[in-house]
Design a binder for this molecule. Structure first.
Ligand code: PEP
Ligand code: MG
Length: 604
């Protein structure tokens, strides 16, 4: 057995046979049965023949054009396909190691590439690029037969666990989670969208493992413990039996009958605290209701695109999805965040008309600071306005609220509101009845928005604090990078001061303010947040019952004293000690002299 330790990203235990996924390049590795070998070899032969034909066509095209003297490069590529170390070696791996053809090609490519890398001759050294090109073409042609997304997992056995180098949110949204019981990945952090999605789907997950995808053999029996962050590979019988006892049945999304909405939670001294849900899929509304959510505080609408080809996400299809969600949560409110994507994601989604787009949603440094979310709307007004028209139409069927992500200042809020007015005018021009505009909110998740929250508060109807991005940008810590996840500190005094600034700005204008980052899901932090003046939170449905229990035991005067004390601390460790001291008291409250009861914000 070997034991790997990462970061627990979604609680629960899963036990299953490992299936490996390499996103860079995208290669799935799984064991096959001896009876499947002939079929797998036939697919490989077919991909070789297709690739030969394509390369011959490219060579002929090149010969007719300005670079006619480069035809020899493709002659060399044709020879590479038939090199005994590529296709023939892949055939050998399929039959000898009983692995799927895509993986066999990847393995053969890596072996051949290392031979080229080792030779002194600079010409041969350079040929590695051609080998990569040929291997990529073979994989693409194998992929054509198997497809992507959900189809990619078609031949994977039920009861598997996925071990990936990286699992992007869009790929995670396409995984068939009835077959895949849990996942472990080399990259990632608890606030990465994939981890958030895993929690809402109740899929046990461990991320930030570093090199699990290289050390776990396909088909190995794997235990994933999403609470402790441990992954056991081929554990002995006693540990396996113990893990199996701890496996919990996963609620199947969408099967629950609609349950009545719970009443708003009240603190011990009678202050109402709204506990709403963050969801990524419209089907999650049922899970949110049964978890006791009184509304949806954040629907990450871009996941609608991750799961569906562009041609199918029409204005009408969006209208149907938003309306169904509003009706599923009635009479509770539903806050739809407009698409939080970057331009390359939108383009790849639009370009791949027949395929769901396969790009990272708002994660990583490439998209995180680029042409993203509301910044994108002037460049791609039609994508944005189709969404706004759909939202306006759906707002007639429930309590919809529209929220703009990634607003950095008042100009962007004005632009987004202008687009909304244009969308309303377009509906009117089509002869449709336009409802009164729904409440318009701003996600406060960029430090510049936090600092100008008083200005934004004059022009918005509500705020929702996105601590996942706010912390990453305030502390300059990439939230998707496991190597720095230790520095992602919700209790950093800078973060607490920023929160206080936003809450005070909202409070002065009596603007509702909620917190929808993952910080809300940590029951240990809730008393501090209530003490800072927040009385509305949105979190993964799974975190709601725990949050309700904390709220019901909480005394708001004591929470304010706690916040007051925490705000005076200089380091994360000191703040954490304040919170730990509160937890150690029998009723979880703090006793302080009257002079310390001022609180830190105008709680409403
Ligand atoms: C946030 O940034 O805190 C947030 C809730 O949005 P996301 O995690 O989708 O970026
Ligand atoms: Mg965000």
């Amino acid at each position: 057995m070997h034991r790997l330790t990462g970061i627990g990203a979604s609680p629960g235990v899963a036990v299953g046979r490992a299936v490996l996924l390499m996103q860079s390049p995208l290669v799935l590795r799984f064991p096959i049965q001896p009876g499947q070998v002939p079929g797998e070899l036939a697919r490989l032969d077919d991909a070789c023949e297709r690739s030969r034909q394509e390369i011959r066509d490219i060579k002929a095209r090149v010969a007719r054009g300005a670079a006619s003297d480069l035809g020899y490069l493709f002659e060399a590529q044709l020879l590479m396909i038939d090199d005994p170390m590529l296709a023939a070696r892949a055939r050998e791996l399929v039959s000898g190691e009983l692995v799927n053809a895509e993986w066999a090609v990847q393995q053969a490519f890596e072996e051949l590439s290392s031979v080229f890398a080792a030779v002194e001759d600079p010409y041969l050294h350079e040929r590695r690029g051609d080998v990569a090109d040929v291997a990529g073409r073979l994989r693409m042609n194998l992929g054509r037969a198997r497809g992507r997304g959900v189809h990619l997992f078609r031949d994977v056995e039920e009861g598997s666990v996925l071990v990936a180098d990286e699992l992007t949110p869009s790929m995670a949204a396409q995984v068939d989670w009835r077959k895949i019981l849990g996942f472990a990945s080399d990259a990632g952090s608890p606030t990465h969208h994939t981890a958030i999605l895993a929690r809402s789907l109740h899929v046990p997950a461990v991320v930030g493992l570093g090199s699990a995808s290289r050390s776990v053999p396909p088909g190995a029996l794997v235990v994933i413990d999403g609470a402790s962050g441990e992954v056991l590979v081929d554990p002995p019988e006693d540990l396996l039996a113990e893990a199996r006892r701890r496996v919990t049945a996963r609620p199947r999304p969408g099967w629950e009958p609609p349950v009545p909405l719970r009443d708003t939670a009240l603190t011990a001294d009678g202050v109402p605290v709204a506990l709403e849900a963050n969801i990524e899929l419209p089907d999650d509304a049922a899970a949110a209701r049964s978890a006791g959510a009184t509304g949806i505080g954040l629907y990450r609408s871009e996941f609608l695109l991750a799961m569906t080809p562009a041609s199918a996400v029409t204005e009408d299809a969006q209208f149907a999805a938003y309306r169904a969600l509003a009706e599923a949560m009635a009479p509770g409110p539903v806050t739809v965040r407009t698409f939080d994507l970057d331009d390359s994601q939108v383009r790849s989604w639009e370009a791949g008309a027949a395929e769901p787009f396969d790009a990272r949603v708002t994660a990583g440094t490439s998209g995180a600071l680029g042409l993203r979310a509301v910044r994108l709307s002037p460049a791609m007004p039609e994508v944005f306005k189709a969404q706004l028209r759909a939202l306006l139409r759906a707002s007639r069927h429930g309590r919809l609220r529209i929220m703009f992500p990634f607003v950095s200042g008042v100009e962007q809020l004005r632009e987004a509101k202008a687009a909304l007015r244009e969308a309303a005018a377009e509906l009117e021009a089509r002869g449709e009845r336009v409802p009164p505009l729904p409440p318009i909110g701003v996600m406060i998740e960029i430090p510049s928005a936090a600092v100008t929250a008083d200005l934004l508060a004059r022009e918005a109807d509500f705020f929702s604090i996105g601590t996942n991005d706010l912390i990453q940008f305030s502390l300059a810590v990439d939230r998707t990078d496991a190597r720095v996840s230790r520095l992602f500190e919700p209790l950093h005094p800078a973060v607490l001061r920023t929160l206080r600034l936003i809450i005070r700005a909202a409070s002065r204008r009596r603007l509702p303010v909620s917190l929808c980052g993952e910080m809300a899901a940590d029951p240990d932090l809730l008393p501090l947040l209530v003490g800072l003046g927040l009385t509305s939170f949105s979190m993964s449905p799974t975190a709601i019952p725990g949050a309700r229990a904390v709220v019901e035991r909480l005394d708001t005067a004591a929470a304010r004293r706690l916040a007051s004390r925490a705000m005076r601390q200089a380091t994360v460790a000191d703040v954490a000690r304040c919170l730990a001291r509160r937890r150690a008291r029998p009723n979880g409250t703090t006793r302080q002299p009257a002079a310390d009861t001022g609180g830190t914000s105008g709680s409403r």
